[in-house]
Design a binder for this molecule. Structure first.
Ligand SMILES: *Cc1c(COP(=O)(O)O)cnc(C)c1O
Length: 507
């Protein structure tokens, strides 16, 4: 049968969408070859149905434990978001109230992070698309400040570097590559998955624009010791006459520590901390698309980086990488701040930590896992298999997909690549019932795996078994045949076979 392709099908406006030809034609439907825009229009109901149906095959965001990014908000806030979808944030002149809400958010965050601002002063900061943009801006400010210092001293400023742990989020590597700054990474070691402050300070030289510490390592949720870093760096600065500052990447921890660990000094209470970024769309509890960067004082943001544009008749200072963007996320952030208040955020995070504890205890009870994450930090559970000689965390990750769970498995950065973990991020919409269900699904997967033949070859099994000897020592006390380093490298190669071609999904 020939299906008519004109837009005057009989019954087009009478038939239900599923009785129309649109549900059996390929989309894009009228192009002869590939992905061209279709020649003709289709009814809105059909377009809606066709797209909705295809999107059903995406994972369920609520079961996506790979991500820190918010997947649930109150319906009232959804309404606010929908109502402001048509507002371009950059039209500050036309939407002064939206701009004002952003400024209030910046001030609230600056106070939360103990920025030295008076009650009547406005804090220095800006809303961004996420922590990535915030980090680019903070990094640029450090680079410019360093260049200014070097030029004033008549010294060359063509080889800037930045010191981080090897556990940094990929956006720091992006910053380094896009803005031509060398990334000097402190290597990790097994059992210690954050930046070692001593080693970081050792890496600092006269070309270091800043050290970036992470509050809430993406891999294990652990808070880095910013206070110790501040103390060590203060000493080194005094000895060398350099002026190396600290940036804190508090993408996830910035909305955790102030509520749960108020005594922990990681923020502007430490004199060398000059800027901090935080993701509004992580524990700031807003859907994807908002982040924040705050500077300690006006002096820490070089004036040359701020653009003053005469936009539709008024002066508009901007410091962002892009121009137009939506307003919804800023408004949604403001909603969360006034709706939840300090009390509400504290309760949400406490619930997350409690559910993380339930999950962790459930995993420990199986006797099969080593918990890699710490109790203080971002509510997540990172765990590795005690025995990977027959099955791996990558298989567990794959099997859990069948239940709908998205839990990534990945190997640690250098020099801990031989350690492979699973990571479940606990967000506010992951309730205890879900935690218990996840545990029982993991138990099922383990049972199933035990009954299946191993996909690991004998040689590989030997190598992964050897790693346990490194960890626990040989029972008979005999020395290992190979060096620890050789064995680690071999194990890493084997992990690679499981990981290759797969996203790590750790964001
Ligand atoms: C998520 C994350 C980022 C990137 O932030 P986006 O908000 O996704 O752009 C950077 N650093 C850390 C530590 C993160 O957890």
């Amino acid at each position: 049968m020939v299906i008519s392709t004109t837009s005057t099908d009989s019954g087009e406006h009478l038939n239900s969408t599923f009785a129309s030809r649109y549900v059996r034609s390929p989309v894009p439907r009228f192009s002869e070859n590939g992905f061209k825009m279709p020649e003709n229009s289709m009814p809105k109901e059909a377009a809606y149905q066709v797209i909705t149906d295809e999107l059903m095959l995406d994972g369920n965001p609520r079961l996506n434990l790979a991500s820190f990014v918010t997947t649930w908000m109150e319906p009232e806030c959804d309404n606010l978001i929908m109502a402001s979808l048509n507002k371009n944030y950059v039209d500050m002149d036309e939407y002064p109230v939206t701009t004002e809400l952003q400024n209030r958010c910046v001030n609230m965050i600056a106070h939360l992070f103990h920025a030295p601002v008076g009650d009547k002063e406005t804090a220095v900061g800006v809303g961004t698309v996420g922590s990535s943009e915030a980090i680019m801006l903070a990094g640029l400010a450090f680079k410019r400040k360093w260049q200014q210092r070097r030029k004033a001293q008549g010294k060359p400023c063509d080889k800037p570097n930045i010191v981080t742990g090897a556990n940094v989020q990929v956006c720091w590597e992006k910053f380094a590559r896009y803005f031509e700054v060398e990334l000097k990474e402190v290597k990790l070691t097994e059992g210690y998955y954050v930046m070692n402050p001593e080693k970081a300070v050792e890496l600092v030289d006269e070309n270091t624009i800043c050290i970036a510490a992470i509050l809430g390592s993406t891999l294990t949720g652990e808070f880095e010791d910013v206070k110790r870093l501040n103390d060590l760096l203060t000493k080194k600065n005094a000895e060398t006459g350099w002026d190396t500052p600290i940036h804190v990447d508090a993408a996830s921890g910035g909305f955790i520590a102030p509520f749960i660990n108020p005594e922990l000094e990681w923020d502007f209470r430490l004199p060398l901390v000059k800027s901090i970024n935080v993701s509004g769309h992580k524990y700031g509890l807003v859907y994807a698309g908002v982040g924040w960067v705050v500077w300690r004082t006006n002096d820490d943001l070089p004036d040359e980086l701020v653009f003053h544009i005469n936009y539709l008749g008024s002066d508009q200072p901007t410091f962002t990488l892009n121009f137009s963007k939506g307003s919804s996320q800023i408004i949604a952030q403001y909603y969360q701040f006034i709706r939840l208040g300090f009390e509400g955020y504290k309760n949400v995070i406490e619930n997350c930590l409690e559910n993380a504890r339930v999950l962790k205890e459930g995993l420990e009870k199986t006797g099969r896992f080593v918990i890699v994450s710490k109790d203080v930090g971002v509510p997540l559970v990172a765990f590795s298999l005690k025995d990977s000689s027959k099955h791996t965390v990558f298989e567990i990750s794959e099997s859990l997909r069948r239940f709908g769970w998205i839990i990534p498995a990945y190997t640690m950065p250098p020099n801990a690549q031989h350690v492979a973990v699973l990571r479940a991020v606990i967000r506010e919409d992951f309730s205890r019932t879900l935690a218990e269900r996840l545990i029982s699904n993991i138990e099922e997967v383990l049972k199933e795996m035990d009954s299946l033949p191993s996909r690991i070859s004998t040689r590989e099994a030997h190598v992964t078994a050897t790693i346990h000897e490194i960890q626990g020592g040989k029972p008979d006390g005999k020395p290992l045949k190979k060096s620890v380093r050789e064995t680690q490298e071999e194990v890493t190669r084997i992990w690679k076979r499981f990981v290759d071609g797969r996203r790590t999904g750790a964001c």
